[in-house]
Ligand binder design. Structure first.
Ligand code: NAP
Length: 539
């Protein structure tokens, strides 16, 4: 059987998606449990989000030495990052290195988009239909489709009539987009826009940034890694791994055990300044109550807004950029390379579409309620139908033909973000209800994949045909996810994609588990130790 031809017998497992999750899941099921497994992937290569997000300036905001697998010492020793925050091409090289190192390619099936997955109850099998009409069959269906992989292109009137080129950052053409001599508009100032804007400004003749919500950003202070640091990572891999497993966000830095309100103003200022100079996401680890206490958060918010006003020369532009309506880090906090400085350039203009929304797009550009902006290229950095978009797009139906979109009509309901009641033998890696996007993803992926692998080993050795999350256990978990979110400031954001509020018509449910990675891991381990409490195991 070649890796694209259908096997005669049903497989043990089908994994959908060849990003980090899908690749590691293939490795554990195939090489540790000896199961027959294939990975179906719509793209023509590995990488998932890093395959598609090729926009200018795309890089990781986790530090490189935390954005890699640690389950294998040999794999750690076989790789070296070049920068503190790796760029997309280097991350994609790492992904390909993982595929080669683990000899995964014979079981990766590319150019194969899953368009439907149905649970065949009498045969206890998942039947998975691809865009070309092939039907694959397997006992277990494991979705490894990532949290941020369905583009959110705003439905703006007239987009079809635009005579220039428009692109979404997450579907960037592989041949690139030539911005030289062009009038470019960027819509969106989230993590992606903030990374892309400084680089596009250097290439384009003129750049117009359409800002709906002003955003915080911390300087990344990216730099090449020293030989000493590269050696440090290799020599201390176990310690680095252990640290990431202990911290709430699975990063390799600890949150300082002090309140922003227990130090003097001078001390607080000095702490923020040091974190600003050091750069990166550690800024939010300076105090332990920034995400829980509005008054504490206000101190960080004031510091950053003041920095924006110092960096940006034009007071009106500085005012627009620092008029931020949500607590610091209540949206995923971007880190940047010269984002605010970019607004000091002569070829960059900031347009406030909160006060004057976009009315339509016409052949020549964008029309707001105030003015017309002629453009050759429009870049949508408008984010994703996050966490559920890619799962729902697969048309999954479970027991009794229950469609996932109906099961989730009021928002996603899972048990531990790992299983959905009514969908036996289906597992979701970093699904809604798991810490996922609130964490550095590789450690979380390792944890999820290891849990699923141990679980499948248990099912196989105990002769269990079906495993399915219990409805009451899922309802209780949804409640816990909700309570964890409301113990923080995270739900206080107007258009938060954590809540699904960035996509018109999407139910408002806080999707990621905000109780912290270490706590979550403990809960999952406990559930397994108690014979998979909250799941029905049917022999
Ligand atoms: P995002 O955070 O959802 O930001 C989307 C931006 O587009 C926001 O400024 C939003 O404004 C704006 N927008 C959305 N719809 C719009 C509309 N109809 N009209 C005008 N403006 C609109 O998306 P993202 O920047 O792509 O980031 C998503 C996530 O991807 C991040 O939070 C992060 O987790 C991940 N990411 C990671 C990295 C990395 O380095 N690892 C890099 C980039 C992204 P509002 O705020 O008003 O909605």
């Amino acid at each position: 059987m070649s890796n694209t031809s259908l096997p005669d017998q049903p497989l043990d497992a089908i994994i959908v998606g060849a990003g980090l999750s899908g690749m590691y899941q293939l490795h554990t099921l195939r090489d540790q449990l000896g199961l027959r497994v294939k990975v179906l992937e719509a793209a023509d290569g590995v990488g998932g989000t890093w395959y598609h997000n090729r926009y200018p300036g795309a890089r990781c905001d986790s530090e490189s030495h935390s954005y890699m697998f640690y389950f294998s010492q040999e794999l750690v020793q076989s790789w070296e990052w070049s920068e503190r925050y790796p760029q997309q091409p280097e991350i994609l090289r790492y992904m390909n290195h993982v595929a080669d190192f683990l000899q995964l390619r014979p079981d990766l099936v590319f150019n194969t988009r899953v368009v439907a997955a149905e649970f065949d109850e009498p045969h206890n099998l998942w039947r998975i239909t691809t865009a070309s009409g092939q039907v694959w069959q397997a006992k277990y269906l494991i979705t490894a489709v990532g949290c941020l992989s369905s583009a959110n292109v705003p439905a703006i009137k007239g987009l079809d009539s635009f005579q220039g080129q428009w692109v979404h950052t997450s579907a960037w053409p592989h041949e690139g987009v030539d911005m030289r001599g062009k009038r470019v508009g960027v819509v969106g100032t989230g993590s992606t826009g903030i990374q892309a804007i400084p680089v596009i400004a250097e290439q384009a003749a003129h750049l117009t940034v359409f800002q709906r919500t002003a955003n915080y950003s911390i300087p990344a202070r990216n730099a090449p890694l020293s030989e000493d640091f590269k050696r440090h990572v290799k020599e201390n891999a176990e310690e680095i791994r252990a640290l990431m497993q202990e911290t709430p966000n699975a990063h390799c830095f600890r949150i300082e055990p002090r309140s922003a309100l227990e130090v003097t103003d001078e001390e607080r200022q000095a702490i923020y300044q040091a974190a600003w100079d050091k750069g990166g996401l550690q800024f939010r680890a300076t105090f332990n109550d920034l995400l829980r206490d509005k008054e504490a958060n206000d101190t960080a918010a004031r510091f950053i807004k003041h920095k924006i006003q110092q960096v940006v020369h034009d007071p009106q532009i500085a005012a627009l950029l620092s008029d931020i309506d949500h607590p610091f880090a209540a949206k995923r906090p971007p880190i940047d390379s010269h984002y605010f400085e970019t607004f000091n350039r002569d070829n960059v203009q900031l347009v406030d579409i909160r006060s004057h929304p976009i009315e339509c797009i016409d052949a020549d550009g964008i029309q707001t309620t105030q003015a017309h902006y002629p453009l050759d290229t429009i870049v949508f950095a408008t984010g994703f139908d996050a966490m559920t978009g890619s799962l729902l797009r697969m048309n999954i139906s479970g027991r009794g033909g229950l469609a996932l979109k109906d099961a989730w009509h009021a928002g996603p309901r899972t048990y531990l973000g790992l299983q959905v009641p009514g969908f036996p033998n289906m597992f979701t890696i970093t699904g809604p209800g798991s810490p996922s996007v609130l964490c550095n993803l590789p450690p979380q992926i390792e944890q999820h994949v290891n849990w699923i692998t141990d679980c499948i080993a248990y099912l196989q050795t105990h002769g269990i045909r079906q495993m399915e999350a219990d409805t009451a256990a899922s309802d209780d978990w949804v409640q816990q996810v909700n309570e964890a979110a409301h113990a923080t400031l995270l739900p206080q954001v107007r258009h938060s994609w954590y809540l699904g509020a960035n996509v018109p018509g999407k139910p408002r449910v806080f999707m990621p588990y905000a109780g912290g990675f270490a706590r979550y891991r403990g809960i999952c381990d406990d559930v397994a130790a108690q014979g998979y409490r909250g799941f029905h195991l049917i022999a």
